[in-house]
Design a protein around this ligand. Structure first.
Ligand SMILES: C[S@@+](CC[C@H](N)C(=O)[O-])C[C@H]1O[C@@H](n2cnc3c(N)ncnc32)[C@H](O)[C@@H]1O
Length: 291
């Protein structure tokens, strides 16, 4: 077990295990919606704390969550938790992990940082220390280190700073899951895609669709149309992950490309044509509508 000075220790990733514990993060107040989604995909042993919703899942269930969750912010494989996250602690926590078991030398990686801590002046610096720990752990084990690709990495590592505590994880969705891929330039104040989905769920749109096959939808201040698009994705049972071009956790050694393809095919099969009335949006800002 990887010992941590706060919370439960995290077991090292075991690629031969049938299931693992993952963590879904959610924007404030949205954890119950995310938990309901995860349960619907078959996730087990859900437990919520300030970091998000911890759950157990086999690989197929994890893939269904990654492809299908409309509300989760990120889905993570937690690797280490530690206290007092100054630069040295970030380096040590990262350096002591067995990174070569998580991804190969040929995979590029990047480190994202979220949150803040009084122990760290610049979050960018904390990310650099985690990156140094990864590079040195690889050098020790193999004599070489993988390259960094900040823009489009094969593997994304996330450092979450939460006051006096911190956590290092693999970010299996390779960034925020709200980035569905349909957003161009989003107008003045575009709503985050997963927040729009959460609003629609709270408003009962998915249930309304079941009871009213002729459901009507109008957003008269639609901006670039996030609510209308999310409403349409729900009406057509389209998993949001299907829209993300090239989306798959391919750099991670736990990834099973064949199983991923089967889960994508299953999600595609679930898509239904919408034969109800048009889902409508309008706005006085032509630029936003064009976007
Ligand atoms: C916060 S934005 C909506 C953002 C949108 N939900 C999205 O995700 O892009 C509010 C929108 O209301 C529109 N709006 C404000 N007053 C309006 C009016 N009287 N008639 C039509 N649209 C209006 C603005 O042009 C703006 O696009």
């Amino acid at each position: 077990m990887t010992e941590s000075s706060s919370g439960e220790p995290i077991a090292p990733f075991d690629p031969t295990a049938d299931d693992h514990e993952y963590l879904a993060t959610a924007a404030g107040g949205l954890a119950p919606l995310v938990a309901r989604e995860l349960e619907g995909f078959g996730a087990l042993d859900l437990r919520e704390d300030r970091a998000g919703i911890h759950f157990r899942a086999d690989l197929a269930t994890l893939y269904r969550c990654l492809l299908g969750s409309r509300v989760a912010s990120r889905i993570l494989l937690p690797l280490a938790r530690f206290d007092e996250p100054d630069g040295d602690a970030c380096y040590v926590a990262s350096r002591t992990l067995h990174w070569p078991a998580l991804f190969g030398l040929n995979a590029t990686f990047a480190v994202d940082v979220t949150g803040k801590s009084s122990h760290i002046g610049h979050t960018h610096f904390a990310g650099v220390r985690v990156k140094d720990g990864i590079a040195d752990a690889f050098r020790d084990a193999t004599g070489e280190r993988p390259d960094v690709d900040a823009a489009d990495p094969d593997v994304r590592v996330l450092l979450q700073l939460q006051g006096r505590q911190a956590q290092v994880s693999l970010d299996l969705g390779n960034g925020g899951l709200h980035r569905r891929g349909y957003r161009g330039s989003g107008g003045d104040a575009p709503l985050r895609e997963n927040l729009a989905a959460a609003l629609l769920m709270r408003a009962g749109w998915p249930e309304h669709l079941e009871t009213h096959p002729d459901a009507q939808f109008l957003d008269p201040f639609c901006g670039s149309g996030t609510l209308v698009i999310e409403a349409a994705l729900m009406a057509t049972h389209t998993a949001p992950g299907l829209l993300r071009e090239g989306f798959r956790p391919h750099g991670w050694s736990g990834h099973d490309a064949g199983l991923w393809d089967r889960c994508v095919a299953e999600a595609r099969d679930a898509v239904r044509a919408w034969d109800g009335p048009a889902l409508l949006g309008s706005d006085r800002d032509r630029g936003a509508v064009a976007a």
